[in-house]
Design a protein around this ligand. Structure first.
Ligand code: OTU
Length: 657
């Protein structure tokens, strides 16, 4: 768009650029800058327009974008160009990810590089390495309290190791996902240390106050993220005699994005990692980016504007890089992190599907799909050109972030239903086979979340303890069933390391005083590679899970209808234990797939004539794409065995596949 004010400003900025930029031939850079400049300028004005140094800040921003562009390697620039022309590249069903800690998975980055073969064997082609930058020992929040945004913690390796790993991944056509922790720094970060020493410039990087006046006003409406370990949202610093805002742990200080210098530092850091080979950047805790007195300071409109600005800037320098929004908030709020519009107000291309994750756990506990179906029915439509990151569990706790109205519509009472789920997964409910532990219990509000490995939460740990083969079977089936859901729903499936071999809870964190109070460490395991070897031995737990997932991932990649073009249609069935949906193929109706899952311990019936009457069934001849066989149908009833699922397609089409 040509808009006079922004274009004359652009001319002025170009005149003021440093010679090392202005002298170079940066044709592609200027083309993209011109195309995005109206948006960048409008957003920057909206956020920072009132400042005297506005023009200097804009020049600084453009310089950062240009400098990082100049540094971008030819190889990455080729990839940018390729992805610009194939801009839906990340919607393809071929992408299957895994999140892992370098240390827990393989010791360090070199170790991860040596284990790439293992990931490929499973079918993983997107690797999310959990944060590994410098953090103070003992106050790291698992890598999310960073003291140097550009250097790797020496326990995991160095920047060269990362470059080698990233080159290796690229050879294998695997994507690299890295975190940028945009919301806060460690209180040991250089900016924080200088703020403590009284440097005004750096005090302005944080929310920093001489007395309790403003902190008290904030506290009236700010919730607590870690109520047990870090109650309150401000921390007193003796040295500077100031209160600093610290919404997460006391040693994680919130950055002040009403200061443009903070924004510019952060976009510089994002592009630094883009240039180190990150294909995908996970932006941590994005819901928290803007603070406002009188609100919860989550999901504020300005937080969205900041993300739009980050996206627009990243597209100028590194258009091949996509963002993941980590916003574990209510369903109607999550969806907003894709942006308002796929072209002119776009934010993150990918977002964690925390809604689906929590709903799946509800079905595990209740063995019915009332809330799951209800929740997915009300899952707002997302933008085209945006996709979900579907996951069962991650390195964090499992929060019960359902919409209360959906809980009520499913026939439950929100408070007591949440309490049931907490009790069920933390083992304090009589019949429960789950072996989770509570996280973040807030005695004031009654809220709580859940920690525990997937295998322990679905009963594998208790089954092995009492050595009950039927229970072991059921737990394995549940693990596979849950994966079948995240692999077929639409979006990138993100597995969590260790789940592929049924890793149980790991209590060893209790021996470490820096971890003992944070139960999330129970599901951040160190992989036992001897156990992992068992995946080659028929009949072992490891083999049963690993080989089933390997199969599912392989099959998923061959099903075009599983690409994410918002091509999912929920099928409401009259059986409350079943969850069903159809994945349409964007072009070929005959290639659509009916996914149906049974969360109950008994076989369940699906009446096909109802579906046929509604036009929701492709043909008479159904074939399961995973096993390759046609399931038995009796009197037009399809029977789905306990804790099982089908990916059903038209017999004839699937025969050609
Ligand atoms: C994120 O978490 C990270 O995933 C956590 O590991 C960090 O502790 C945290 O940020 C601070 O860096 O901000 O929008 O319920 O889901 O803290 C969600 C707890 C977050 C996490 C929440 C989350």
């Amino acid at each position: 768009m040509y808009e006079q004010v922004s274009h004359s400003l652009l001319n002025q900025i170009l005149d003021e650029l440093k010679p090392e930029i202005s002298k170079r031939n940066l044709l592609r850079f200027y083309t993209r800058l011109g195309a995005n400049f109206y948006a960048i300028h409008s957003l920057f004005t909206h956020l920072y327009g009132g400042r005297d140094d506005f023009l200097q800040q804009m020049v600084k921003l453009v310089e950062v974008l240009a400098m990082r562009y100049i540094e971008r390697s030819d190889e990455l620039e080729m990839l940018d160009i390729e992805r610009e022309s194939n801009h839906n590249w990340f919607l393809d069903q071929k992408w299957v990810g895994m999140a892992l800690y370098a240390e827990g998975f393989a010791g360090d980055l070199k170790g991860v590089r040596n284990k790439c073969g293992y990931l490929s064997e499973l079918g993983i082609n997107m690797l999310h390495i959990m944060p590994m930058l410098k953090c103070p020992a003992g106050a790291s929040d698992g890598g999310y309290a960073i003291s140097d945004f550009r250097d790797i913690d020496e326990r995991y390796g160095d920047l060269n190791d990362l470059s080698e790993l990233s080159a290796n991944l690229r050879k294998r056509d695997m994507l690299l996902t890295l975190d940028v922790v945009v919301n806060h720094t460690s209180d040991q970060h250089d900016w924080a240390l200088r703020a403590k020493q009284g440097e005004q410039k750096y005090q302005d990087y944080y929310y920093c106050f001489p007395d309790r006046d403003i902190p008290d006003m904030f506290e009236e409406t700010l919730p607590e993220v870690f109520p047990e370990t870090s109650p309150g949202n401000f921390i007193w610093d003796e040295q500077s005699q100031r209160w600093f805002m610290s919404v997460f742990n006391a040693y994680q200080w919130d950055l002040n994005y009403s200061n443009p210098a903070v924004f510019i530092e952060m976009i510089d850091i994002i592009l630094f990692w883009a240039n180190r080979g990150a294909d995908v950047i996970r932006l941590d805790a994005v819901a928290f980016l803007w603070k406002k007195i009188g609100t919860t300071s989550q999901n504020e409109r300005e937080a969205h504007l900041i993300l739009q600005l980050m996206k627009d800037c990243c597209q100028v320098t590194a258009p091949g890089v996509v963002f993941i929004a980590e916003a574990i908030v209510t369903p109607t709020e999550i969806i907003k992190y894709f942006g308002e519009d796929a072209v002119i107000a776009k934010e993150c291309e990918i977002a964690y599907n925390a809604t689906f994750m929590a709903l799946l756990w509800d079905s595990v506990a209740t063995k019915n799909t009332k809330l799951l179906t209800q929740g997915i029915k009300n899952l707002p439509n997302k933008l085209n050109g945006a996709t979900w990151l579907n996951y069962i569990r991650c390195h964090d706790d499992i929060g019960l972030g359902f919409d209360d109205r959906d809980i009520v519509a499913s026939g439950y009472q929100p408070r007591s239903h949440r309490k049931f789920l907490l009790d069920y997964f933390t083992g304090s409910y009589d019949d429960s086979i789950a072996r989770g532990v509570p996280f973040g219990r807030n005695l004031k509000t009654g809220d709580g979340r859940i920690s525990g490995s997937l295998a322990s939460l679905v009963g594998l740990e208790s089954a092995l303890q009492i050595n009950d083969p039927k229970m072991v079977d059921d737990a394995i089936k549940m693990i596979i069933l849950l994966h079948s859901m995240i692999l077929s729903f639409g979006g990138i499936a993100l597995l969590y390391y260790g789940d592929e071999i049924g890793t149980l809870n790991d209590d060893s964190y209790l021996q470490d005083e820096n971890k003992a109070s944070d139960t999330r460490w129970i599901h951040r395991p160190r992989i036992d590679w001897e156990r992992a070897e068992q995946r080659h031995h028929h009949g072992t737990v490891e083999h049963r899970i690993f080989s089933a997932l390997q199969k599912l991932i392989g099959v998923r990649k061959t099903i075009p209808a599983f690409a994410d073009f918002n091509n999912r249609e929920l099928v409401e069935v009259d059986n409350e234990h079943l969850f069903a949906f159809i994945r349409n193929h964007p072009e070929h109706q005959k290639e659509e797939v009916l996914v149906v899952a049974n969360f109950d311990a008994s076989p369940q019936h699906l009446n096909l004539s109802v579906l046929r009457r509604r036009g929701q069934l492709p043909s008479m001849q159904l074939r399961d794409l995973v096993s390759g066989v046609s399931p038995a149908i009796f009197k037009d009833d399809l029977v789905i065995p306990p804790y099982s699922f089908y990916w059903l397609s038209d017999q004839h089409t699937s025969a050609i596949m």
